[in-house]
Design a protein around this ligand. Structure first.
Ligand code: ATP
Ligand code: MG
Length: 408
């Protein structure tokens, strides 16, 4: 039977509330592995072990676990009794195929009662592997610096786990470990990446999207945003998406505010409506995909003037990132292809000829003087539609759609 051995990410650093994080990680692992043929999870010596019922299940489980926050890495191999003979036999099997020119053995002993120390296990098993290779006529050497293959051996209080395959996890903290935030998700490249970075810190993220009414059918932004939320839900297990019609609010701004401030006032209205939804969502702050200086609305002056519209903390995890870095991460997490599907973004609507670059809180307040802010916020929140997505059986699906005026 194949076994997966999960090493925790930063949970190691946690002191007395480590159990809280490990419980959350176990819950996320169980959710990710729904529908995979396996035995119940085993928690043992700061590791999680999962016994799989067949090779296909093992591959699928490994793939899914590389998407769970809180996991540093995952080994795929075999578990044996706590006997040196069994360890040696299994190590020789794992290393028999000769598909490597150099190798290393890395042992870790969580169980200090095991008679051999880690270094002794490494020497003994390493010698046996080298001997087997010679016997089979394979030309292999020990290389501790840069081995072609590593035989990992981990000795717990109940068994030894051996593996030569190891996959990197995404690190971070398990889902649901850090409270809630609400992310303004535009459908562009940046905000899904911002969302991912925050989810990876263990935050349960809700999403809010503001959409216009596009001129041509098929141009809507909502399908793109739904697809992004589905993708991001894989990382956190479940998501709420709030869809806010923005067209009427934009028209009001176009009619009653100076042209050069339009975009910034759109943003302020988004922030205000998001703040109201955040309170319903029990979120303690907002997340955006802003990056300093990337576009005119993202100068420090403008971000300050816009951000002042909300009393909640505003998190901008991409503020120091280059576009190139953001695009690379977007490709890695699978959002790039979705974000680059064509859709009608509501913000370029009624675009001013020369947008304000250096707004201030006072200038923006003055520019909003003829707007009934409270009525517009209410218009937005009253027409909001909420959807719920859930990650089940290896897929994120829409679970509950489309009720208006929902409280979270
Ligand atoms: P993105 O790639 O995320 O669209 P961007 O670099 O294009 O970001 P803007 O379009 O100026 O920058 O948006 C800045 C941020 O404002 C976005 O990252 C997002 O958090 C928020 N935002 C913009 N438009 C919307 C929208 N229609 N709905 C929700 N949030 C939005
Ligand atoms: Mg955008």
């Amino acid at each position: 039977m194949q076994v997966l051995l999960i090493h925790f990410g930063e949970i190691w650093l946690k002191g007395c509330n480590r159990n809280f994080f490990v419980r959350n990680l176990c819950a996320a692992v169980k959710r990710a592995l729904q529908g995979v043929a396996k035995e119940p999870l085993v928690r043992e010596d700061q590791r999680i072990l999962i016994f799989l019922k067949n090779a296909a299940a093992a591959e699928e489980a490994l793939r899914r676990l590389t998407l769970v926050p809180g996991i540093a890495n995952i080994g795929l191999g075999r578990a044996v009794d706590l006997s040196l003979d069994a360890i040696e036999r299994t190590a020789l099997e794992l290393m028999a195929d000769g598909g490597f020119r150099s190798f290393a053995v890395r042992a870790k002993r969580a169980n200090k009662q095991f008679p051999l120390r880690s270094l002794e296990i490494e020497r003994r098993i390493g010698a046996a592997i080298a001997q087997q290779a010679r016997r089979l006529g394979q030309n292999v050497a020990v290389d501790l610096r840069n081995p072609g293959r590593t035989c990992f051996i981990e000795v717990t209080h109940y068994r030894a786990v051996l593996y030569a395959r190891k996959a990197r996890g995404i690190g971070g903290l398990p889902p649901n470990s850090s409270g809630r935030l609400l992310c303004l998700l535009s459908g562009g490249i940046d905000s899904p990446v911002a969302a991912y970075k925050i989810i990876r810190r263990g935050v349960r993220l809700g999403f809010v999207h503001f959409h216009g009414s596009p001129a041509a059918p098929g141009d809507e932004s909502e399908p793109v945003v739904r697809e992004l939320v589905r993708r991001l839900t894989v990382y956190q297990g479940a998501s709420k998406l709030y869809l806010v019609p923005f067209d009427r609010i934009q028209r009001e701004i176009v009619a009653k505010a100076p042209q050069s401030f339009r975009i910034l006032i759109y943003r302020r209205m988004m922030i205000r409506i998001a703040e109201r939804l955040a309170l319903r969502h029990k979120a303690r702050g907002l997340v955006t995909g802003d990056s300093i200086g990337q576009v005119a609305s993202q100068t420090l002056a403008n971000m300050n003037a816009v951000g002042a519209a909300s009393a909640l903390p505003l998190y901008r995890p991409l503020c120091g990132a280059d576009k190139e870095e953001i695009m690379t991460l977007a490709r890695q997490i699978g959002t790039y292809a979705i974000s680059t599907e064509p859709f009608a973004d509501c913000c370029p609507m009624y675009l001013p000829r020369s947008p304000e670059i250096f707004a201030s809180i006072e200038k923006l307040d003055a520019a909003e003087a003829h707007l009934d802010i409270e009525a517009l916020v209410k218009l937005g929140t009253d027409s909001t539609v909420r959807e719920i997505y859930e990650y089940a059986n290896g897929e994120a699906v829409l679970k509950e759609a489309g009720e208006r005026k929902q409280a979270a």
